[in-house]
Design a protein around this ligand. Structure first.
Ligand SMILES: Nc1ncnc2c1ncn2[C@@H]1O[C@H](COP(=O)(O)OP(=O)(O)OP(=O)(O)O)[C@@H](O)[C@H]1O
Ligand SMILES: [Mg+2]
Length: 198
């Protein structure tokens, strides 16, 4: 029997364990003879690279609408060039961040959620979207960066609030990420395997 492709995205706050868990999930799926690929946003392509240097590494923030538009352009590019071709080959694509990151982060920065949804309207809806739920205070302990702790805490709280809105309306499936990596991984794998069976 040919295994059908599926598009899974992993969301969460900074340092919530997305990369750790997305990579592990791909490894575990491959071990079970699924064809699985890891990918990430911003994408590994030229537009993603531009975002990394122009948006993420700058000290001064680019206008937030510009940021949202760039992410949307990268997302379309990434979908067309990497995600869709893989899905057509029957692969399971695990994306480390997707459109919910734009809604949560640019939304938390003050952009209208409806407008962010609007510029992302043409996108593929993920088959399964997982939110790794870790309290802002806990992720801040995992991050050692310059910005003041208070400022970061306020941002992460705003981001979490938007993510939780999507958990509540059923678009994101919540996994408790405030546990050991092994426990979180076990939970995510069980969720994904049960989804793939149905
Ligand atoms: N369940 C966990 N418990 C404790 N530490 C963890 C857990 N999961 C990940 N970490 C650690 O937290 C840090 C961030 O993890 P990771 O890079 O996977 O997060 P991320 O969500 O991808 O972060 P970013 O948003 O920066 O890409 C790493 O040092 C990782 O080892
Ligand atoms: Mg990461």
């Amino acid at each position: 029997m040919k295994k059908k492709g599926a598009f899974i995205c992993i969301e969460g706050l900074d340092a919530s364990g997305k990369t750790t868990q997305a990579r592990r999930l791909v490894r575990e799926l491959k071990r079970r003879s699924f064809k699985a690929v890891y990918t990430t946003e911003p994408s590994p392509g030229e537009i993603g690279e531009f975002i990394r240097t122009y948006v993420l590494q700058r000290k001064k923030r680019v206008p937030i609408a510009v940021e949202a538009l760039l992410f949307a352009v990268d997302r379309v590019d990434h979908l067309e060039r990497k995600v869709k071709p893989a899905l057509q080959k029957g692969k399971i694509v695990v994306s480390d961040r997707y459109v919910y990151s734009s809604l949560a982060y640019q939304g938390a920065a003050g952009l209208d959620l409806n407008w962010i949804e609007e510029i992302n309207r043409s996108l593929v809806t993920p088959d399964l979207a997982i939110y790794i739920d870790v309290p802002p205070e806990v992720v801040l302990n995992r991050i050692k960066r310059k910005r003041s702790v208070m400022e970061r805490l306020l941002i992460q709280r705003k981001v979490m609030k938007i993510y939780m809105k999507f958990v509540e309306d059923g678009q994101l499936m919540r996994v408790n990420g405030n546990r050991s990596k092994d426990e979180v991984a076990k939970d995510i794998l069980a969720t994904v395997l049960s989804f793939l069976k149905n």
